[in-house]
Design a protein around this ligand. Structure first.
Ligand code: 5GP
Ligand code: 5GP
Ligand code: 5GP
Length: 208
């Protein structure tokens, strides 16, 4: 139908630093599978509009079905662990991400395709390697926001957005990194619009 409006314009691919999820006042719980590796983990692949708004919970009839992604589970436990309390096998986190965000891109990605695409994007964007190569290490020191962004841009070729949170002592720290992906899930793109939110000009990169 020619007048059908577009489902969404692009994706945010969002990765979280576990050290910054865990050192907050709220703290964290490791999944049943054990302490995750000291690496960025996937938070989600989020359909978005170019005006900054986004759709959510688009198809309640298309609920999360673990059987559809049984071949991906071990890869997901490694690369998409949940750090929320109480400890779990991360399935609630994946269920939430599929039902809130994934169902809004079901016209382009099946449930299997959605999780497979996120895993493959994680494989193509080694953020920790990009930062370490620039001398930016998860050692509890502070680094300039501009240096962090330039390190990622230099390694990956696209400008990231950095989201900060605060540790238990109130210091601003590197929490999540956003990259943008075209609306087929195939390629990274420059972000059409950036999220909102403040970091300091120097932010902590805690260990995990
Ligand atoms: P917060 O308000 O903590 O930043 O985000 C809460 C939740 O809202 C996120 O986990 C995510 O599900 C959703 N969210 C926040 N910002 C965006 C955005 O810019 N785009 C999309 N698609 N979802 C977002
Ligand atoms: P969002 O709505 O922001 O995409 O997803 C956040 C939801 O997932 C929250 O309800 C949060 O409790 C849950 N969640 C479970 N595990 C994690 C985790 O490891 N990181 C984050 N950020 N949220 C998690
Ligand atoms: P500019 O676009 O001039 O680099 O930055 C404009 C404002 O946005 C400045 O206050 C800067 O600190 C902030 N900013 C730039 N990049 C980021 C980012 O990736 N994350 C956050 N939270 N703020 C940023």
């Amino acid at each position: 139908c020619v007048s059908q409006s577009q489902d969404f314009d692009f994706f945010y691919f969002v990765q979280q630093w576990p050290g910054s999820y865990c050192d907050t006042k709220q703290s964290c719980c490791y999944p049943n599978t054990g302490k995750p590796a000291a690496d960025f983990g996937i938070h989600g692949l989020w359909p978005n509009y170019e005006d900054g708004s986004y759709p959510s919970n688009c198809d309640p009839s298309n609920s999360f079905n673990q059987a559809k992604i049984s071949d991906l589970i071990s890869n997901m436990q490694k690369n998409w662990p949940s750090l929320a309390c109480p400890s779990s096998n991360s399935i609630q986190f994946w269920t939430h991400e599929w039902e809130k965000h994934g169902t809004c891109s079901e016209s382009v990605l099946s449930q299997h395709g959605y999780f497979d695409t996120a895993l493959s994007l994680k494989g193509k964007t080694n953020l920790l390697e990009a930062l370490k190569s620039a001398g930016i290490n998860p050692d509890g020191n502070s680094y300039s926001l501009v240096d962090i962004k330039n390190a990622i841009n230099g390694a990956i070729g696209y400008t990231p957005w950095i989201e900060c949170n605060v540790d238990a002592s109130g210091n601003s720290q590197l929490y999540q990194i956003y990259l943008c992906v075209d609306n087929s899930g195939s390629d990274l793109i420059e972000c059409p619009v950036f999220p909102k939110g403040k970091c300091g000009s120097e932010i902590e990169f805690p260990s995990f």
